[in-house]
Write a protein that binds this ligand. Structure first.
Ligand code: NAD
Length: 320
């Protein structure tokens, strides 16, 4: 059974999904009004005011943490110490050292430490991964993400931490490598110390490169990941309703009769059907599978750590 901590904006979505899956047994928030509201919505769930009370509940195997980011490391550590499997909202910690410690604790106790990187459960992103892994695109050369809009202007978290964590999780999932170089540039135009516009550049040991444009000061509303391969190129566009993934038969090409000059070729454009399953439901199901011993717990935790380490290095570069 599952307990969900944090019933603010996002936690209720997790509670709803675990309830739909028939495994929600406890809820926790320090806010008494929220506890009262959720006690009415889920009369069969136990309500805790205190996180330590939740993790001491013997009826719970897995704890879901949807509290503010600065609390994640401490709460995840307490849940693991109590022997619970943990699904912790993104990012699971704020520093590379913290996440490495959580990963080691989870591995030592053979517990799940799963980060809530929602996009990794999006059927469109899964399609990109499938195309890359099947070699459909040829060698992947570069990946870039665009996450831009006018608003929502944040004042407590910069564009890298509030927007970039999504794209970073996707880039690292697709390429499955730890970056060798992480560079970020940005500016705090509206709130001192909170960068509204951030450009990130990542380089990988294989030679692949990636870029992310993150901004809430932009005329375009974009939620897009582009992957450029030697044989084909593919775009995942989350703003599209029924064209989430587009595969372009576009590539560089060397004709044998032109003294080795590079030309380009353009062929068909394909739009595969992408399932409309709710990514959050798939994420919750994955957590239950990991608790049940299916799947690779260590890889999931280590992949989460890779994102935090890269965020940490990008933050250092941004401030440096
Ligand atoms: N995956 C996604 O797409 C997505 C979307 C939105 C938010 N999030 C993540 O969800 C998390 C929560 O975001 P939010 O917008 O819901 O925040 P929020 O501030 O609206 O809600 C957080 C809740 O946690 C409670 N809380 C704080 N400390 C607590 C503690 N020690 N024990 C129990 N409850 C405690 C607060 O009272 C509040 O109700 C963040 O990590 C955020 O990054 C993820």
């Amino acid at each position: 059974m599952i307990g969900v901590a944090g019933l603010g904006h996002w936690g209720p979505n997790l509670a709803r999904n675990f309830d739909d899956l028939g495994v929600l047994s406890a809820l926790c928030d320090i806010d008494p009004e929220l506890r009262e509201q959720f006690a009415r919505r889920y009369p069969n769930a136990k309500l805790y005011a205190d996180f330590d009370g939740l993790v001491a509940d013997d009826g719970i195997e897995g704890v879901v943490i949807a509290t503010p980011v600065p609390t994640h490391y401490e709460l995840a550590k307490r849940a693991l110490a109590a022997g619970k499997h943990v699904l912790v909202e993104k990012p699971p910690a704020m520093r590379g050292l913290e996440i490495d410690e959580l990963v080691a604790t989870a591995a030592g106790r053979d517990l799940t430490l799963m980060p809530g990187h929602l996009l990794l459960y999006h059927p469109g992103v899964r399609k990109l991964k499938e195309l890359i892994d099947a070699g459909e695109l040829g060698d992947v050369l570069c990946v870039y993400g665009n996450r831009q809009n006018l608003g929502i202007v944040r004042t407590n978290e910069n564009a890298l931490w509030s927007l970039g964590v999504h794209d970073l999780s996707v880039v690292l999932y697709l390429l499955d490598e730890e970056p060798s170089r992480c560079v970020a540039h940005g500016r705090d135009f509206l709130t001192a110390g909170v960068e509204d516009v951030v450009f990130c550049y990542l380089q990988f040991p294989s030679g692949k490169i990636a870029h992310m444009h993150l901004s809430w000061l932009d005329p375009h509303k974009m939620r897009r990941i582009t992957v450029v391969g030697r044989e084909k190129m593919v775009v995942f566009d989350d703003m599209e309703l029924d064209r989430k993934v587009t595969i372009y038969e576009k590539a560089p090409w060397k004709r044998t009769d032109t003294y080795g000059e590079w030309q380009t070729r353009s062929g068909d454009v394909f739009i595969p059907k992408i399932a409309t399953d709710e990514p959050l439901k798939l994420e919750c199901q994955e957590f239950l599978r990991l608790i049940a011993g299916e799947g690779d717990r260590r890889k999931v935790a280590e992949d989460g750590a890779r994102v935090v380490r890269a965020l940490d290095r990008l933050t250092e570069s941004l401030r440096g």
